[in-house]
Design a protein around this ligand. Structure first.
Ligand code: HEM
Length: 341
């Protein structure tokens, strides 16, 4: 009896040690090549299929990498559902309004579990999926290798998300400080903000823009946003005016009609829009109010290829944000719940 209790204790200590040790391991490209060959193709297949049916999932995945990695590192803590014991997980935080693609991550995880049970972390799946989404949305211009070997965290707190993620009402100094806290530069703030070339935002995230003066927002674009935001309690609008609905543009901003397009596309148009004062969030416009940031906005407006490369590099850097020291990690069975031992 004593012997078997001691054995159980040893096992528990060993499992805990592996979990903690895991964080110290270096991430590597091709991490699953022996333990789960082909996993990257499985993820890519599901992302491509989902985006073919609904391109909006792509933007959701690109946002997910940011909202996961900026809070407790890239540990899939953003995926944990609230439970009676932990009712306020990150995904319930107001700053995470509109976060999506959770079902797509479930679908990918289920396919991966079927192939190699208990092997691939949800944290790695988020990065693979965001990489594939940005590649598809940019027609292959954004591309990079993903280093893997992350563990899934067991802690998820809405308060951490509120504290660590930037708000759309932030001033440039607040944005710079927020990014600096995670060791990101002003240039990287500008590069990563370019992700707002795709996707949507709720009107509640851009309220201040509806009454901002003409130096901050082009009046016909402000009218367009105001008319769309009057249409319901909290409607959504495209982040990129080029994805707007033609009828709304014809009514408020007819000079922009020739520039509309049919497909969401991840490119450097964000910077052109920003210089033309036709971006959705206050935080976007704020980039023009500081010399260095403004210089980078101009630089990326002029050089789309450079942005593709620098955006890829910045996503790689984002994907390497580690868990807090001594945090416990595991390979979750379901991305929505921590494992029960
Ligand atoms: C610089 C500070 C940032 C602020 C203040 C900010 C703020 C926001 C807000 C308020 C929304 C709309 C949420 C809603 O109302 O539904 C949004 C959407 C989005 N953000 Fe950001 N964001 C920032 C940086 C980033 C970064 C670094 C990325 C990725 C690299 C990113 C990617 C996206 C994407 C793709 C969407 C659209 C999501 C969708 O359509 O599902 N953002 N952001």
């Amino acid at each position: 009896m004593v012997k078997s209790a001691a054995a159980v204790l040893l096992l528990v200590v060993a499992v805990a040690a592996v979990a903690v040790e895991g964080h110290k391991k270096e991430l590597s490209v091709g991490y699953y090549k022996d333990s789960c060959p082909g996993v990257e193709n499985v993820v890519k297949y599901h992302v491509a299929k989902a985006l073919k049916a609904n391109r909006k999932d792509g933007a959701a995945l690109v946002r997910l990498i940011f909202h996961d990695c900026f809070v407790r590192g890239c540990d899939a803590s953003v995926l944990l559902d609230p439970t009676p014991e932990n009712p306020h997980t990150e995904k319930t935080a107001p700053i995470n309004i509109g976060l999506a693609a959770f079902e797509l991550i479930d679908e990918i995880k289920a396919a991966v579990e079927k192939r190699c049970p208990g092997t691939v972390s949800c944290a790695d799946i988020i990065i693979y999926a965001a990489r594939d989404a940005s590649s598809i949305l940019s027609n292959g211009h954004v591309h990079f290798d993903v280093s893997a070997g992350r563990l899934d965290g067991v802690v998820s707190r809405a308060a951490d998300a509120q504290r660590d993620l930037p708000d759309s009402t932030f001033t440039i100094s607040e944005l710079i400080r927020n990014f600096r806290r995670k060791n990101f530069t002003i240039e990287e703030l500008v590069i990563l903000s370019g992700a707002h070339a795709v996707g949507v935002g709720h009107c509640s995230s851009l309220r201040a823009r509806l009454t901002a003066p003409p130096e901050q927002i082009l009046p016909p674009y402000r009218n367009l946003l105001a008319s769309k935001c009057a249409a319901g309690p909290d409607p959504i609008v495209p982040n990129n005016v080029r994805d707007e609905d033609p009828a709304a543009v014809a009514a408020s901003f007819p000079s922009f009609l020739p520039k509309l397009r049919k497909l969401e596309f991840l490119d450097n148009t964000y910077y052109h829009n920003n210089l033309a004062r036709i971006v959705t969030f206050n935080s976007d416009w704020q980039l023009l109010t500081e010399k260095e940031a403004r210089g980078h906005v101009r630089e990326y407006a002029e050089n789309g290829t450079l942005w593709d490369e620098d955006f890829s590099d910045s996503l790689v850097k984002l994907s390497k944000l580690p868990l807090p020291p001594r945090a416990k990690g595991e390979i979750r069975t379901s991305c929505r719940r921590v494992n029960k031992y």
